[in-house]
Design a protein around this ligand. Structure first.
Ligand code: PLZ
Length: 443
């Protein structure tokens, strides 16, 4: 833990110690693994990261929506410590332990819907999504899986097939899993003006019915707000319409809440916003405050349709990760982090909108809760401007503010602050971003 409570730059970013590590890395770490901002972190506390040069940066990325509760939270760290000294692993499939059950009980309570639920625990988001497909296929006896434009679901073979974007996720890595079909989703900024969520859903449903036939579809897998694809919230009505169609046709509606889950969007889950109740929910990231844990939660009759022994993995539901999850969930409850996320959105969106109006380089500002984005376009058009995006992000990094990009066109700056980020750090981070955008507009 650092005692630092403020952004503090001691060297240029990255500094000499980080640059030396970056050089050392090249001889040991695979080139295929990249880092957005190669400052080498030595400690983290609250919403701050401290690097090998003693620089302290404001974290507006939360390790891609993972440390929703913040860094170094006692409820998480103490439980990890306690569990690690009791035992670190037995394998739940060999000799089980209580923490796994407690996490599944919490998931049954917190995920949308009051129906009877079961959960299975895994280690990564991709693994959770992959298992939703296994479960849906086993339960329905059908094979086809429907996904959407701009979707991101992971990097394993099956989830690469579910993911839309070729570079960098799929390029050169095929062949991909069969029986995966992609349809249009809802992207209000880029869809025909005035297209409603219901109309966009009807178009997707028409594609599915004409090209696949409803009765061949095991599952529709969707991110309720698309993450890597560009923080795209579908038009209101899109998700409920799709969900109703799934129910009417015996298709399993799978919500990939890996990035949107655990208070990030101002609700426990993004589906809550329109009262959508998925049949299966995939979660990961924010669930365990930084420990690798993921889950599939859903209708008891779907999960229990899988034969005994059909789901698992050596590390799935690791006891230390479960302990961390229980601490993270307790923190979200006691500190009402869903409300905190809403507050972050309310403080940030007006500023981003004003910035867009003032500078002309931002085509769209969007987001919900603390999942916020600015899409950069050539002024007066919807033409993506990835180069401007890169310059804005680089300027933020140079000033010690960690922001990430996303988007099919690489032109979206996304903000994912820890939900516990002190107001003054959010304010300071936004001021740096505003300055960077103004400089970009003045180029
Ligand atoms: N589903 C909606 O956002 C992970 C990817 C980072 P894993 N997103 C960050 C990268 O470039 O690899 C993600 C997601 C959604 C699934 C996943 C996959 O989760 O824990 O990375 O496997």
């Amino acid at each position: 833990m650092t005692a630092t409570t403020h952004r503090r730059l001691r060297t240029e970013i990255p500094g000499p110690a980080s640059r030396a590590l970056q050089e050392r890395r090249a001889a040991a770490v695979a080139n295929g693994v990249s880092s957005v901002l190669p400052v080498y972190v030595t400690s983290a506390d609250g919403g701050l990261l401290t690097d090998a040069d003693g620089n302290t940066l404001i974290d507006l990325g939360s390790g891609i929506a993972v440390t929703n509760v913040g860094h170094g939270v006692p409820a998480v760290v103490d439980r990890i410590r306690e569990q690690a000294s009791a035992f670190t692993h037995t394998c739940f499939m060999a000799t089980p332990y209580e923490g796994y059950i407690e996490v599944c009980e919490a998931l049954a309570e917190l995920t949308p819907g009051t129906h009877e639920k079961r959960s299975a625990l895994f280690s990564t988001g991709a693994e959770a999504v992959e298992n939703t497909v296994k479960i849906a296929r086993a339960a329905t006896g059908r094979q086809s899986v429907v996904v959407f434009d701009h979707a991101y679901h992971g990097r394993t073979n099956l989830t690469m097939a579910l993911t839309a974007k070729s570079m960098p996720y799929k390029h050169g890595f095929g062949p991909f899993a069969p029986e995966v079909y992609r349809v249009h989703g809802s992207y209000p900024f880029r869809d025909a003006p005035g297209l409603t969520g219901e109309q966009a859903a009807a178009a997707a449903i028409d594609q599915i019915e004409k090209q696949l036939g409803a009765d061949s579809v095991a599952a529709v897998v969707i991110e309720p707000i698309q993450g890597e694809g560009g923080f795209i919230a579908p038009a209101p009505g899109f998700l409920p319409t799709l969900s109703r169609w799934c129910t009417a046709n015996g298709v399993v509606f799978v919500a990939d809440e890996v990035q949107t889950g655990f208070c990030r969007t101002g609700d426990w889950f993004a589906c809550d916003n329109e009262g959508v109740v998925p049949d299966l929910v995939a979660t990961a990231k924010g669930i365990a405050g930084g420990m690798p844990l993921a889950a599939v939660t859903g209708r008891a009759e779907l999960l229990d349709a899988v034969h005994h022994g059909g789901l698992g993995g050596t590390y799935g539901g690791n006891p230390v990760a479960c302990a961390a999850a229980l601490g993270a969930i307790e923190t979200m409850r006691t500190r009402d982090l869903a409300a905190a996320a809403r507050k972050i959105g309310e403080a940030t969106l007006p500023r981003l909108r004003a910035l867009a109006a003032e500078t002309g380089v931002i085509g769209d500002v969007r987001g919900r809760g603390a999942m916020l984005a600015a899409e950069f376009c050539k002024p007066g058009t919807t033409e993506p401007d990835a180069e401007a995006t890169k310059r804005v992000v680089a300027a933020c990094h140079a000033e010690g503010v960690v922001v990430l990009t996303c988007g099919t066109y690489g032109n979206v700056v996304r903000l994912l602050p820890p939900l516990t980020l002190p107001e003054e750090l959010l304010e300071e981070g936004l001021a740096v971003l505003e300055q960077a955008v103004r400089e970009e507009a003045a180029r």
